[in-house]
Design a protein around this ligand. Structure first.
Ligand code: GAL
Length: 938
């Protein structure tokens, strides 16, 4: 009895939940479609290698739906590589001196026509029940110049590699069946002078809405603080892509972090007309709001609902924060009425091992690393970022300068700016828009002045709540700098900042770039031959300043709101002051992995709020006994005493924003620093000479996101006393269970080791395809002797009304090698009804998974030329105009990757791993010659 009762309750609950789910479905759905894409390289100008794309008599620009080559709905992509997004094909390639200096010498993109076009294809099912909804594709960013097709229909081109964009596919959907999304990305041109990656490196979504819905980026939330309360002004733009005429109800509800309703407002309005929009504004009152700040990044959620005849037809969420920002030309920057010195860094968007294809968790990881260094502000140099970066900054408390790519006053420039601002303007972390950086042609002249005036005023139309800046490197006092709202000084060495300020007393300013110092992590003697720069914070070039010099300048001037170091992290490309074989920059406070260089401890001392004591360099200088070594201490203690093997080398007073130096004759042992605050010993720190490396140590970096699928693992080696060996360079080999490895790195600017170890996939075409007629409908099961002279070009002048009863075709394909480990498959494309395939005279059978796929054993293959025979009974035309397939298919060769490995660089390497779906635990194994192996469970 009881059981039946419980069953009923259970059934009722299931009914309720599924009811809720379907109720939700009548609203907006945003479905991440990153999984299961097919990928292949095309070609920049060789149409044949670009799968015949855009070569049809009618192509996609002549007649709608005529996407040709891979853009066609039914193109056979079975032999293409399978992958999940985000994807960056540049990072997968080898390095070469022929590659681009600014982009880190990868053999992709500019100058590599065979690695500059990437085709992506994906199939999705859209149910019959979606008929009547607006279906769209949402891309967060594709590098670059992407063309998108849906079921063979051309949707548009997005030139920018940084804009998000959406396409409405409603008219083209095959409801209740399969639909094909195709993207052709063209990375042959560079937009920046830094590594930019290549391909679909940000998320893609399928979106379903009611015809009446919140428009793309259609909300704008601002707030005004009144004493302890806030007026929140919520604007929503509603679009009507249907025929509904009549009223709709707009309900705006604000929820706090505990999900409690903080305010609510609703109003009925007339729905916009067909294909029109309407913007509705409501004012909500939030009592005692918790303000967003660096220390307490409190967020609120606005839920915008649209109701039609009492039924919710759209529900749209906007995360926002309540805070005030203000720039004062005398006193600098204020957040929530309190002065805040901007302690910022510039950053590009790539990371070790994975290029620009960052999983969301890595965004959090990087922002946490910067916060840990004491930084409170981030400049997106020099383009708009991925939405997840801004989300991380909102949630972790990091101010942001959001920057557009190119200055100008036409659609190309203003439209980019508009889209960036409309997408990003609800993020409380953003405190300033940047409309340009170091535009050397125009910075100091009237053209720059005119363009800035337009862009700045244009920006105000979209968001009057934030100021506008430009990063300026020359021509202070003229051109852009004479009209820009917030002066962005790029480098002390580029002009007289005080002089500019004295002339423009009402213009607030900040250092949008400072530093550009060179340092290699763990290197303490510059070695130009090896391309290593010592990590002591020295003046990098005569007109550039050290980090300490830069910070002192900004810290001493209240009128300057703060500074942004060039850069927080090293990045690929721009390996100034060197060139090949250096492939990453030297500017970062951290290396490409996020391992700190010593300057991080200088910044922690004066930017952070925790006690710091750090000694540099390490104390492993075997062979240098008796030589004088510079020992620096970074600390925020008042006094520091240094000891070598317990003998005092003197106590020194620390000056504000400074560091301490000793000259020490090297002797192995222990270098110890003791830090005092107000005469009291507060910290001790040591650098100890280690024994030789014995053990591999794997650890989960503390800045990882808890319980996330992606984990950043630190790899190091220790001696018998468990001490980290700072000079180790062992090569570590990895394997994994329950997950996959995404990338490896070590921060060595001259490492040309692979970032990723992926199976190599190549497609081999069948050439010299010929035919002979057969006389029977029975196909041969063994290869016959066919008269050599009777072979003629296959399908040439075929009379489809009078076909032979069977045909035998012959073709060739070249194999570069015939390794037993290769997996070679023939992906047959039907050219007959019944088919028998022979490879080098041996009959082969179709695989069980796919009747048109043949897996070819290396025993029947050979290096060089191979022959294929295909015996068929012919396909018949049904209609005269049917276009018959004449392509027999393609040979796919997969060469399995060698095991993942990486050398340690000055003691460290990093490996990024991803847990498989539905797996409890991932295990990473690491081994190396002469070292004790290790594993890590996560
Ligand atoms: C600046 C530029 C940055 C970077 C840096 C390197 O001039 O704005 O993007 O190139 O120099 O020093």
């Amino acid at each position: 009895m009881k059981i039946i009762f419980f069953k009923r309750i259970l059934l009722f609950l299931i009914f309720l939940i599924s009811g809720l789910a379907s109720a939700q479905k009548s609203e907006r759905e945003l479905i991440l479609i990153d999984k299961d894409w097919r990928f292949s390289f095309g070609h920049l100008y060789d149409t044949e290698k670009d799968f015949g794309h855009a070569a049809g008599y009618f192509s996609y620009l002549t007649k709608t739906g005529f996407g040709d080559g891979p853009a066609a709905k039914d193109f056979d992509d079975r032999a293409w590589r399978k992958l999940d997004l985000p994807h960056d094909w540049a990072v997968e390639q080898e390095f070469s001196e022929k590659g681009s200096f600014s982009h880190g010498f990868k053999t992709a993109g500019k100058g590599f026509p065979e690695k500059s076009i990437g085709w992506y294809r994906k199939k999705i099912n859209i149910p019959e029940t979606d008929n009547g909804k607006i279906i769209s594709l949402k891309f967060d960013g594709v590098f670059r110049n992407s063309k998108v097709f849906f079921n063979g229909y051309y949707l548009g081109t997005e030139q920018s590699g940084y804009n998000g964009f959406e396409y409405d596919v409603t008219a083209y959907v095959n409801y209740g069946g399969e639909n094909t999304i195709v993207v052709r990305a063209d990375a042959s041109m560079e937009e920046g002078w830094f590594y930019e990656g290549a391909g679909i490196y940000r998320h893609v979504y399928l979106q379903k809405t009611n015809p009446v819905h919140v428009a793309v980026n259609g909300t704008y939330v601002t707030s005004e603080l009144k004493n302890n309360d806030a007026d929140v002004i919520a604007d929503v733009t509603v679009e009507n892509k249907g025929n509904y005429k009549g009223s709709i109800e707009i309900i705006q509800t604000i929820f706090n972090a505990e999900n409690k309703q903080a305010a609510n407002f609703s109003e009925s309005i007339l729905a916009p007309e067909f294909y029109k929009t309407i913007t509705h504004s409501s004012k909500l009152y939030v009592e005692h709001p918790l303000l967003w700040s660096i220390e307490s990044p409190n967020l609120y959620r606005l839920v915008t609902q649209i109701k039609q005849n009492g039924k919710t037809i759209d529900s749209y969420e906007t995360t926002f924060g309540i805070r005030t920002i203000e720039f004062d030309p005398e006193k600098g920057f204020f957040l929530n009425g309190k002065p805040l010195k901007l302690k910022g860094t510039n950053n590009h968007q790539d990371h070790a091992g994975i290029g620009t294809a960052l999983p969301d968790d890595i965004q959090y990881y990087r922002i946490k690393k910067l916060k840990e260094m004491g930084s409170n502000a981030y400049r997106c140099s020099h383009h708009s970022p991925t939405p997840e970066l801004l989300k991380a900054c909102d949630e972790l408390g990091m101010l942001v300068i959001d920057e557009t790519r190119l200055m100008g006053i036409n659609d190309y420039h203003l439209n980019d700016l508009k889209r960036m601002m409309e997408r990003d303007r609800n993020h409380p972390s953003i405190f300033c828009w940047s409309v340009g950086n170091e535009e050397w042609n125009i910075e100091g002249n009237i053209v720059g002045e005119r363009i800035t005036n337009v862009m700045q005023n244009y920006a105000k139309n979209i968001d009057p709540t934030r100021p506008v800046t430009v990063g300026i490197s020359s021509g202070f006092k003229s051109g852009i700098s004479s009209v820009v709202e917030i002066m962005g000084y790029n480098y002390l060495g580029n002009g007289d900042i005080d002089a500019h300020r004295n002339q423009f007393k009402n213009q607030p300013g900040m250092g949008t770039e400072e530093g550009s110092t060179f340092a290699t992590r763990g290197i303490y003697f510059t070695d130009d031959a090896k391309h290593y720069q010592s990590a002591y914070d020295r003046k990098p070039r005569p007109t550039f300043y050290s980090i300490e010099e830069g910070w002192k300048f900004y810290a001493e001037r209240p009128y300057l709101a703060g500074m942004f170091i060039w850069t927080g992290f090293d990045y690929r490309g721009e390996p100034t002051p060197y060139g090949w074989p250096s492939v990453t920059s030297y500017f970062g406070m951290m290396d490409v992995c996020g391992f700190p260089k010593d300057n991080v401890f200088y910044l922690k001392s004066w930017w952070g709020n925790k006690p710091v004591l750090h000694i540099m360099p390490h104390w492993n200088w075997s062979g240098m006994e008796g030589r004088e070594i510079d020992v620096w201490v970074h600390s925020n203690c008042n006094e520091v005493e240094l000891f070598l093997n317990k003998k005092s080398l003197g106590k020194k007073k620390m000056e504000q924003n400074s560091h301490l130096e000793w000259k020490v004759n090297y002797m192995p042992g222990t270098l110890e620093a003791i830090g005092y605050k107000n005469g009291k010993k507060v910290l001790t720190e040591i650098q100890k000479t280690t024994e030789k490396a014995e053990n591999i140590k794997l650890s989960v970096d503390k800045e990882n996101v808890q319980n996330s699928k992606v984990t950043v693992v630190t790899v190091e080696v220790t001696d018998k006393n468990d001490l980290h060996v700072p000079t180790a360079s062992d090569e570590i080999t990895f394997s994994i269970k329950g997950g996959k490895i995404l990338g490896v790195g070590n921060g060595d600017p001259i490492s040309l080791e692979k970032d990723q170890f992926l199976d190599a996939l190549s497609l081999v075409q069948i050439t010299n395809f010929q035919e002979q007629k057969g006389t029977t409908v029975t196909l041969p099961q063994e290869l016959q002797n066919y008269p050599e002279n009777d072979w003629k070009t296959a399908f040439k002048d075929r009379d489809y009304k009078n076909q032979a009863s069977s045909y035998i075709y012959k073709g060739e394909f070249e194999l570069k090698n015939n390794l037993a480990s290769n997996i070679v498959s023939f992906f047959y494309k039907k050219i007959g009804v019944e088919t028998v395939v022979f490879i080098n005279g041996n009959k082969v059978n179709a695989s069980t998974e796919d009747p048109q796929k043949y897996i070819l054993d290396s025993a029947i293959l050979k290096e060089g030329k191979n022959t294929i025979h295909i015996a068929v009974t012919p396909l018949q035309k049904i209609k005269d105009w049917d276009v018959m397939n004449t392509n027999p298919g393609v040979i796919q060769v997969i060469t399995p990757a060698e095991p993942w490995k990486r050398k340690l660089f000055n003691g460290y390497a990093q490996i990024i791993i991803q847990k498989e779906e539905n797996v409890g635990e991932v295990v990473l194994f690491a081994s190396a010659k002469g070292l004790r192996a290790s594993s890590l469970k996560n």
